[in-house]
Design a protein around this ligand. Structure first.
Ligand code: FMN
Length: 463
């Protein structure tokens, strides 16, 4: 049995859980390969889709990120282990995981009643997620488990199991828990298990009269837009949506600063730039694409840096946080774990959560064009513009993103057409789009389906 462990523990994370896991695997005579992510130098995904359209099945970046993806695919079970971070993975795991998309095809299909990418290979590993919490938090533990299940769906895992271990528990109880995780098969989080994760309008966080009292802004008006799309070379949908709201805020007299997260965020200089901008801001707006069911590496890293180094809120005016997430699949609810992670970040750092917008089919709707341009010669996005107008007005007045905006941005873009029909149309046109993109690089349909990491799994099994 070939097991790959992606060890996402940070430097100095002392906890016996990892050793307990290794012991449990050794007693099963598993062939274990561990990647200690903290010590591995590799680039983060830049969302170029080269692994689908230029070098099918292989990331264009030649570093250990490729080796990890290959090892994951060839394993019988892949185990992700690390600290539960606002309900998600640590940025260490996220960096490696974002590099998994070469393992699937660009083509979309319907699986379990929702859109996912088609498998590139005939089989994928079972997925296990082990989160470690130094302080118990049930909401984040639940979120973590759902996230692992969503990853399992996206990567066609035959089964999965996920759990959160408390660092303060006795070794005996941790040991028993690890044994159970290794054997268990959890139910895939579909239907209500995922849609119920979507945080609604902020009335759940703030009583209505509290929102009223926030209305007249008696505080400074400085907004920071943190852009988490790593795309270079073409404008991102996140930039289009976030930039539009930032312009609205400027129109309402706010001082606005956009900051696009780049790889220098792993260095002190990039972190200092982020912290200086975040310190000045009264409102932080996150805008990012969904990457493997949660935040892209750089966005996750930014949250970690801010949580670790921003002073805790003092006085009556904590910073406010809102998020705009867009994803590739047409179901906007697939963004639910990402929005929930942003909300948990706000709660954990004492910021006031003002809500999140989740938009499906972001790549297909905008294709790098500004909203005004898309409205003129692209698919219908009037509802998106209205949602952003409502969002800008609410945030400018110190209020939470209204329900109406959250509802509008999730709408099926073609009026009257039911979602199922729109989804069928989406799958067909999007798959043609990928084929054209590959053809432009002289990559034909067959070459697109290359299986560079194909391997005879039966012979690899020792037990
Ligand atoms: C590494 C990677 C992982 C992705 N994972 C998902 C995903 O899990 N679900 C989804 O719906 N879309 C996923 N997408 C698609 C993006 O969310 C989508 O293309 C988005 O519109 C890009 O937004 P941007 O232009 O702001 O970067 C992924 C894209 C990349 C590059």
């Amino acid at each position: 049995m070939k097991i790959v462990i992606l060890d996402g523990r940070r430097e100095g994370d002392a906890c016996p859980v990892f050793d307990i896991l290794l012991d449990a695997l050794q007693s099963r005579e598993a062939d274990v390969q561990t990647f200690r992510l903290h010590d591995i130098k590799m680039g983060s995904c830049i969302g170029c889709f080269g692994c689908w359209l230029k070098t099918p099945g292989i990331c264009v970046e030649a570093d250990e990120g490729r080796d990890i993806a290959q090892a994951v695919l060839r394993s019988d079970t892949t185990i992700l282990i690390g600290p539960v971070t606002f309900g998600g993975y640590s940025s260490e795991i996220k960096k490696a995981q974002d590099r998994w998309i070469p393992l699937i095809l660009p083509d979309f299909g319907l699986f379990h009643g929702e859109v996912h990418h088609k498998p590139r290979y005939a089989r994928y590993p079972r997925l296990i997620g082990i989160g470690i919490q130094s302080r118990a938090n049930d909401e984040e533990a639940h979120l973590f488990k759902v996230l692992v299940g969503r990853n399992a769906l996206n990567f066609h895992a035959p089964s999965y199991a996920a759990d959160v271990v408390q660092a303060t528990d006795s070794e005996a109880s941790q040991h028993a828990q690890i044994q159970r995780i290794l054997e268990r098969e959890d139910a895939f989080p579909l239907g209500k298990a995922i849609t119920s994760l979507m945080p609604g309008a902020v009335s759940t966080d703030l009583p209505a009269d509290d929102q009223e009292s926030m209305a007249p802004l008696d505080r400074s008006r400085r907004a920071l837009l943190l852009l988490g799309s790593p795309k270079i070379g073409s404008p991102s949908t996140s930039g289009i949506l976030g930039g539009y709201v930032l312009k609205q805020l400027a129109g309402y007299g706010w001082e606005t600063t956009p900051l696009t997260l780049r790889r220098n965020l792993i260095k002190e200089s990039g972190q200092a730039e982020l912290l200086a901008a975040a310190k000045r801001a009264d409102l932080i707006l996150l805008a990012f694409p969904l990457y493997i069911d949660s935040l892209p590496f750089l966005m996750m890293k930014a949250l970690e840096v801010m949580a670790g180094q921003l002073d805790p809120p003092s006085g009556e005016n904590p910073k406010r946080l809102a998020a705009i997430v867009n994803n590739g699949f047409p179901e906007s609810y697939q963004n639910a774990p990402a929005v929930a992670i942003c909300r948990r970040f706000a709660v954990d750092t004492g910021m006031t959560w003002l809500g999140g917008l989740a938009m499906g089919a972001g790549e297909a709707l905008f294709r790098g064009q500004a909203i005004e341009e898309t409205q003129r010669n692209g698919p219908p996005v009037v509802h998106v513009r209205r949602a952003l107008d409502l969002t800008g007005a609410a945030l400018a007045n110190g209020r939470a993103i209204p329900d109406e905006a959250i509802r509008l941005i999730r709408k099926t873009p073609i009026p009257i057409v039911p979602f199922r029909l729109w989804r069928r149309f989406f799958i067909k046109t999007a798959n043609q789009h990928w084929r054209r993109g590959a053809a432009a690089n002289q990559v034909g349909s067959e070459a697109m389906r290359a299986q560079p990491y194909e391997h005879d799994h039966q012979s690899a099994k020792t037990i």
